[in-house]
Ligand binder design. Structure first.
Ligand code: GSH
Length: 241
């Protein structure tokens, strides 16, 4: 039975798993789970991941959630090139350092802009108070500054000269506010040069394919059926407003 990967490419951690698996030639079956349509709450997906989040995988009888756990599992199982998750103690620790930090920094702040700038006002029809938006922009700005100062410094990639899981997990999160129309790269030449290196290392075609949905989300938001988001609405408003 081929490895199944449950994905929705609107989701940042799904994009990282997708890119990682494709780039490393991992054979898998793409199982689509539409999060906006609420498919994560269905019976079939509940058997794969009781946490009701994507991504998730089924490898034979073995099911696994959490993008970082999935990618490190695939890295070990398929013996992907060392630079992704280096065997060197300190390099691996640096990858883990970023992966640990991002959960409470880059991920929530990037994601919040996507909801406040696009989904909440333009799809759910709920006004976002200016002070909420300003505070979210300030948080993201502070996070991107820390990312440059602490994690990028003057290196080509987070861990030296080659791309690792840390860069992959970072770029998918940083692209989320871009999808909502906030070009975070415009005024940040260091970040923008890093984004170009990451895109080249992944391969422009794969990078663009994975980000196609999120980068056209302003357009697709116009025809989204807001009634389909009812299952989300109360939780999203409580979380972000
Ligand atoms: N820490 C998890 C996060 C997974 C996650 O939050 N996935 C979101 C999409 S980005 C999801 O499935 N949300 C559906 C829901 O909350 O109902 C990972 O890295 O895989």
């Amino acid at each position: 039975m081929v490895l199944e990967i449950y994905l929705d490419l609107f989701s940042q951690p799904c994009r990282s798993v997708y890119i990682f698996a494709k780039k490393n030639g991992v054979p898998f079956e793409y199982k689509s789970v539409s999060l906006l349509a609420g498919e994560q709450y269905g019976e079939e997906f509940g058997k794969i991941n009781v946490l009701r989040k994507a991504p998730a995988i089924r490898d034979g009888d073995f099911c696994l959630a959490e993008s970082v756990a999935i990618m490190t599992y695939l890295a070990e199982k398929y013996k992907t090139p060392d630079h992704w998750f280096p065997a060197d103690l300190q390099k691996r620790a640096q990858v883990n350092e970023y992966l640990s930090w991002q959960h409470s920094a880059m991920r929530p702040h990037g994601s919040k802009i996507f909801w406040l700038k696009l989904m909440i006002p333009r799809v759910m029809g709920t006004e976002v108070p200016k002070e909420k938006m300003d505070a979210a922009l300030e948080d993201l700005d502070g996070t991107l500054k820390l990312f440059e100062e602490k994690f990028l410094q003057d290196r080509p990639f987070i861990v030296g000269d080659q791309i690792s899981l840390a860069d992959l997990v970072a770029i998918v999160e940083i692209m989320q506010p871009v999808g909502a129309g906030l070009d975070v790269f415009e005024t940040r030449p260091k970040l923008s040069a890093w984004r170009d290196r990451v895109r080249d290392a992944i391969g422009a075609e794969l990078f663009d394919e994975a980000h196609q949905g999120i980068l056209s989300s302003q357009e697709s938001a116009k025809s989204m059926d807001s009634s389909k988001l009812q299952h989300f609405k109360a939780r999203i408003l409580k979380k972000f407003l």
